[in-house]
Design a protein around this ligand. Structure first.
Ligand code: FAD
Ligand code: NAD
Length: 465
């Protein structure tokens, strides 16, 4: 048995954990990080990056198919497009491989010791790791729990065989002819649209009466239209019952009691993710919970002194950039800096077609507090760049206080709007007013002009509508 001591021990090398460890190393803190799978966690290996790689491949393929069918307005033609999904997956694995190697390199550069294996608390200051070469005991002054999340499994549809999670969907080597998806949230729609573009007959079963319940209906309507144009069927207000006795079909029941039998080659279950709160010795500690998540305060401290928690294990929104920001903050707190969670903006981006971005409050949320608001919306049909990209669906919407024009929220739906999220976040984080955005020169021709125009619209003088 080997034993080491350190000032900071991080459990889990996902976006939360690895960022925390890198920043701690930069600050000269003696840091150890333990990871039982691959550096980069869910996001780099089986989440954000691989899903976006598949979405990009599906877009390119769909474009080629449209050209072959002569549906390309620009007059571009191509013949017999085909996709070899095994090659696509190998290309995606190449990207994740480069990124995870990059994370290991950054950790080493920052002087962080990496221990590979499953970590388990013995007590609040001691963790044992089962490594390939035996047990490693680590004593630490401070510990950060960054164990992330895992897909929720439905009792009626346990993972295995045809029933897959997002991890399985991202490593398929053949495009399923018929793909049934349970859950019309982030993953169900991002991957559902991608597979519909790759040629699957997609059926999505959603328990609620709308898709992407996190976003308001105005933002999700263009996505619903796109699903329909791609031939994907969406069954709203529908509950899944399980697989048929032969395993050939997914059984579901609509809100009005109609039985549905959905023939499927694969059934992708995407009904949310659960925090990983087991498997690391929580029973040896006395950590307060916040529902199913670990309870933290505004410095990511748990209820036990010297133990912090960050990322998906601490609650919503379960997003990589939130985990990273928490990780960076905790490293600085451990180094003695005065830091607090004071973020105004955590952008949410859904990489559907078209993409959706939301930062801060929606119009309804802003009004809910009884506040008077000004809302400006600018359509991409009036934006030159959107026309040249052949993507005129969607809009940018800005929500501000009526009295002093402080921007409370910004949303957009449209092709490529994910890249506008930085400008939106900066505006909310810096407390911009409508006049600040309207008075900033936005390059022409870009989609971002719609942001300035939406702000001008809220001020009552948009130029191009
Ligand atoms: P994780 O990334 O889950 O990492 C936790 C790590 O801890 C894992 O590597 C795990 O192996 C390790 N671990 C757990 N227990 C132990 C233990 N006992 N010992 C050692 N190691 C342990 N978010 C976005 O912001 N944008 C996106 O586009 C996006 N797309 C996504 C697409 C998919 C398909 C999925 C599944 C998720 C997506 N997410 C996205 C969510 C994002 O992946 C998570 O929010 C993010 O990974 C959370 O980071 P984390 O550090 O908290 O945990
Ligand atoms: P989700 O919470 O986004 O969506 C789950 C959907 O499943 C909801 O619409 C819910 O109503 C529905 N549902 C729940 N139980 C059901 C049932 N029994 N039958 C039918 N429908 C049911 O969850 P997800 O898509 O699994 O994604 C998990 C998390 O991963 C997200 O919440 C997000 O935090 C993260 N993520 C983020 C991104 C991104 O940032 N672009 C992409 C993918 C995942």
């Amino acid at each position: 048995m080997k034993e080491i001591a350190c000032k900071l021990l991080v459990i889990g090398a996902g976006p939360g954990g690895y960022v925390c460890a890198i920043r701690a190393g930069q600050l000269g803190i003696d840091t150890v990080i333990v990871e039982m799978a691959k550096p980069g966690g869910t996001c780099l290996n089986i989440g954000c990056i691989p899903s976006k790689a598949l979405i990009h491949a599906a877009d390119d393929f769909r474009g080629a198919v449209a050209m072959a069918a002569g549906r390309n307005a620009m007059g571009i033609g191509a013949e017999n497009p085909a996709i070899d999904l095994a090659k696509t997956v190998a290309w995606k694995d190449g990207i994740t491989g480069r990124l995870t190697m990059g994370v290991s390199g950054l950790l080493k550069k920052a002087g962080v010791k990496i221990v590979v294996g499953r970590a388990k608390f013995r007590d609040g200051k001691t963790v044992a790791v089962e490594t390939e070469t035996g047990q490693q005991v680590i004593r630490a002054e401070n510990v950060v729990i960054a164990t992330g999340s895992a897909p929720v499994e439905l009792p009626a549809l346990p993972f295995g065989g045809k029933v897959i999670s997002s991890t399985g969907a991202l490593s398929l080597t053949e495009v399923p002819g018929r793909l049934a998806i349970v859950g019309a949230g982030y993953i169900g729609l991002e991957l559902g649209i991608a597979f519909a573009k790759l040629g699957s007959k997609v059926t999505i079963v959603e328990a609620l009466d709308r898709i992407l319940p996190l976003y308001d209906a105005q933002l999700t309507q263009p996505v619903a239209r796109r699903l329909s144009a791609l031939g994907a069927e969406v069954l709203l207000g529908t509950k899944v019952r399980g697989m048929s006795a032969t395993g050939e079909a997914l059984l579901a029941e609509t809100g009005d009691g109609e039985e549905k039998r959905i023939s499927a080659d694969k059934v992708l279950v995407t009904v949310g993710r659960r925090p990983v709160t087991e498997g690391w010795g929580r029973q040896e500690l006395e950590l307060d919970m916040d529902g199913r998540f670990l309870r933290i305060d505004e410095q990511c401290r748990t209820s036990m002194r010297g133990i912090y928690a960050i990322g998906d294990v601490t609650g919503e929104p379960m997003l990589a950039h939130r985990a990273m920001a928490q990780g960076e903050m905790v490293a600085e707190i451990v180094s003695g800096k005065r830091r607090n969670w004071d973020k105004r903006a955590i952008p949410a981006v859904c990489f559907t077609d078209p993409e959706i971005v939301s930062v801060g409050l929606s119009p309804d949320e802003a009004r809910a507090g009884g506040r008077e608001t000004k809302v400006g919306q600018f359509p991409f049909t009036a934006n030159g760049r959107a026309m040249t990209l052949s993507s005129e669906e969607g809009f940018v919407r800005v929500v501000a206080r009526a009295d002093n024009h402080l921007v409370l929220g910004i949303q957009a739906v449209g092709t490529g709007v994910s890249e506008l999220s930085a400008a939106f976040s900066l505006a909310v984080e810096m407390g911009a007013r409508l006049e600040d955005i309207a008075g900033t020169i936005h390059a022409h021709p870009t989609l971002s002009e719609a942001f300035a125009e939406a702000s001008m619209k809220a001020l009552g003088h948009a130029l191009h509508v």
